[in-house]
Design a protein around this ligand. Structure first.
Ligand code: AMP
Length: 501
């Protein structure tokens, strides 16, 4: 998952880009990059958080009234700084592009790029496939009289050739700012506008929270397969009118997006409260009588408060997070992940001691975090621990840009609820049901279509078995290489036994 922004206005846009990216930092912390244009491209990118990558000396050089930015979360490919976005190409006109998502026909698209357009991608970043396909399609137009229709045509061919999930923003040097989505609208992208005395500033961003900070008015979601182009006279052009997604990623609502973002007309925080309320019925049906509901900070908060309200039990914040640690997912070994969870979360003993605790997290993926949390709560004196997941069991890997491990690592793909409960050491595990989630995000409720693939195994882009095999092989070879390296340096990096509490 990544965060992307693009701005076009009468004055330099770099400050808007930097602030916009910091509001999207939750979407990716591995690397960051910005490209601006003022007759020449200016580009700076590197590994790390926005504030680490962009020092005043870099910001000063990023001149131009048009620019794009990216906060990277690595899904496929390594953490190599060369893979950080934006990517640029000098033809035609000069393009700079960022994307959020994941291309799933990488090999075919790369082969086609080579055979059809005689272009060889330089890196393993899937953005190159989108960018070079678009650039090659644009190049065959009448470049002396490039029209908006030509640009939208090139977008359409790109969408036909490149499969997967992608929200993209592109600067076309001397022409304008373009954004387009994959045909199913899997990843979020919004358009906003701020009026200034010198004229309007237009912005694209992954999430609307950026606009709140920067004083932009929300205009619209960029819909499935839609393209929006802001030309050099600040006219806005739209290709195809739909607004609602055909397969929007429901995990954005559960975990990934920020609570204060509104996605397709629905406030993320409110949806999470609803998810929590729906869990209330299941807790009561299971005959559980917790003394207190707590959350796993921070993404469990709204669901926990919804659950507490639904069952009439007090909610407390009983675990304090050290926000200066990285996410547990960025550590690749099991031992490393467990250690980080322990350092990141400190229980408030006085609140949990002697109590029956219902602890709410957004999801259980590998089970590592939940297992550690249960142990932390027991060590702090909890009498009983019920682990409540506001997401249904995750049984299939996400191939559309959320890093969720392979099927073999997904605890719910291979274990019953009882086995999971035993593994994480809880007294009870309660999951959201897929049916309830589908009902909440059903088309009838005006949400458009949603992607539930990680819970249902039904992928909206069709048969993806070849791609699933490919990522499984790739990860296994990456993992065995890493394991060999770790084995050399550490004797303690063994996964804990399944019965350890
Ligand atoms: P696990 O320890 O593998 O069960 O991970 C579950 C925890 O990771 C939950 O607390 C989630 O908040 C968090 N999480 C879920 N999906 C992701 C993701 N794709 N990237 C990073 N963290 C995640």
């Amino acid at each position: 998952m990544c965060g992307i922004v693009g701005f076009y206005g009468p004055d330099d846009v770099v400050h808007d880009i930097v602030f916009g990216l910091t509001a999207l930092q939750h979407r990716g912390q591995d690397a960051a990059g910005i490209a601006t244009f003022n007759g020449n491209f200016h580009l700076h990118k590197g590994n790390g958080l926005i504030n680490d990558v962009f020092k005043p000396k870099h910001v000063k050089k990023l001149k131009g009234n048009i620019g794009i930015g990216h906060a990277r979360y690595t899904t496929q490919g390594s953490n190599d700084a060369d893979l950080a976005q934006p990517f640029t190409t000098s033809y035609p006109f000069g393009l700079a592009m960022v994307h959020n998502g994941n291309v799933i026909n990488f090999r075919d698209a790369a082969k086609r790029l080579h055979e059809k357009y005689h272009v060889l991608p330089k890196t393993s970043n899937d953005l190159e496939l989108i960018m070079y396909t678009f650039a090659s399609e644009l190049r065959i137009k009448d470049l002396d009289h490039l029209s908006v229709v030509d640009i939208f045509d090139a977008v359409e061919t790109t969408q036909e050739l490149v499969k997967g999930a992608y929200a993209t923003i592109t600067m076309i040097a001397g022409h304008g700012l373009l954004a387009f989505n994959d045909p199913l609208g899997i990843r979020p992208l919004v358009l906003g506008r701020r009026d200034t005395p010198a004229g309007p500033v237009y912005a694209f961003a992954s999430e609307s929270t950026c606009f709140d900070y920067l004083g932009f008015e929300f205009i619209k979601n960029v819909g499935p397969g839609q393209a929006v182009f802001i030309d050099k006279n600040f006219q806005v052009h739209y290709k195809n009118p739909y607004n609602l997604p055909k397969a929007f990623c429901v995990f954005e609502h559960i975990y990934f997006a920020r609570e204060d973002s509104t996605i397709h007309g629905r406030l993320v925080a409110r949806e999470r409260v609803r998810l929590g309320k729906m869990l209330g019925r299941k807790v009561l049906e299971a005959g559980l009588e917790p003394d207190m509901v707590i959350d796993v900070p921070s993404s469990g908060y709204f669901a926990a408060s919804g659950l507490a309200e639904a069952i009439g039990v007090p909610y407390r914040r009983a675990m304090v997070k050290n926000n200066h640690m990285g996410r547990s997912f960025i550590v690749s070994s099991q031992a490393g992940r467990e250690d980080i969870v322990k350092k990141k979360l400190n229980p408030i003993r006085a609140f949990v001691e002697g109590k029956k605790i219902a602890v709410v997290d957004d999801s259980i993926v590998r089970g590592t975090t939940s297992r550690r949390i249960v142990r932390i709560l027991r060590e702090a004196g909890a009498k009983e621990v019920y682990f409540i997941s506001s997401a249904p069991p995750i049984v299939s890997p996400c191939i559309y840009g959320i890093d969720m491990a392979m099927s073999t690592d997904l605890i719910a793909a291979n274990h019953t609820d009882e086995e999971i409960c035993q593994f994480i050491g809880a007294d009870r595990v309660i999951y959201q049901t897929l049916e309830d989630l589908q009902e909440l995000f059903s088309e009838e409720r005006g949400h458009g279509g949603s992607c539930f693939a990680c819970f249902s195994g039904k992928y909206p882009t069709g048969d993806v078995s070849r791609y699933l095999r490919h990522i499984q092989e790739e990860r296994e070879s990456h993992r065995s290489k890493k394991d060999r390296e770790e084995a050399k340096t550490s004797v303690s990096a063994k996964a804990p036994a399944a019965t350890e509490h």
